[in-house]
Design a protein around this ligand. Sequence first.
Ligand SMILES: [Mg+2]
Length: 278
Amino acid sequence: MNELELVERLRKMSGKDRRSGVVRGIGDDCAVFRPKANEDLLLKTDQLIEGVHFSRTMPPERIGERALARALSDIAAAGGDPRCCLVALAVPRTKADKWVLSFFRGLLRLAARTGTVLAGGDLAHDNKTHCSVMAVGAVRRGKALTRAGARPGDQLCVSGRLGKPWDQRIEPRLALGRELAGHATACIDLSDGLSLDLHRLCKESRVVAKIERIPIVRGASLERALHGGEDYELLFTLPASGKPPTGTTRIGKIVRGTAGTVWFEGKKLAPRGYNHFT
Ligand SMILES: [Mg+2]
């Protein structure tokens, strides 16, 4: 299959969803996206690199699904609805078209399930497999959740349980994110570990967090739940009077102090999660 034929196959696989706002998708120089008048757009880009974010042995469907899921997890953290995505993929020449089609089959299965249209992208060859997904989401104007709104007195909550194995399937918490928009004061998705992501949220909100308890995945260590990345749960703050939604747990509270500090078991918790540059 040459590149043209491959793109044509992807165009047929990608489907259409009028509600997405994509007026023109694959097959043109640019995709055309028409936002609604009462919306703010959410823009996110995320990379997936062989040897860094996935191993050579992971099946291509899983890699494709994971590439989109990571970007959608950030749309969820902002309380938005995914609308479309652009995917740039480079693979070694030794990889057959079958690999590329399987990658997109996995990605498009999650896209269809979440109302995300594949609106375009780019294919290339390189020595190593790497992929970059740009996701576009939308949220009611002025209602996007950010890391910056937590206030002293707020409750600190998390969805699910922490300490998942690193290559576990990601289920972006989109429904929860939508539920939290307009209620939560701040939100972040846990991609790099509780200690680091909570530090980031506290830093942006200029507050301090006190962790009182942590819901841990059966069989996982406390160390992994605190510092391991790849949980893809939502960490958020609610006003003291708010009720944490079903499937979420109150794990502590927000207090005043030096911005970014996190307390756990009477000690300061160092932000030791995943960091690409250390
Ligand atoms: Mg994130």
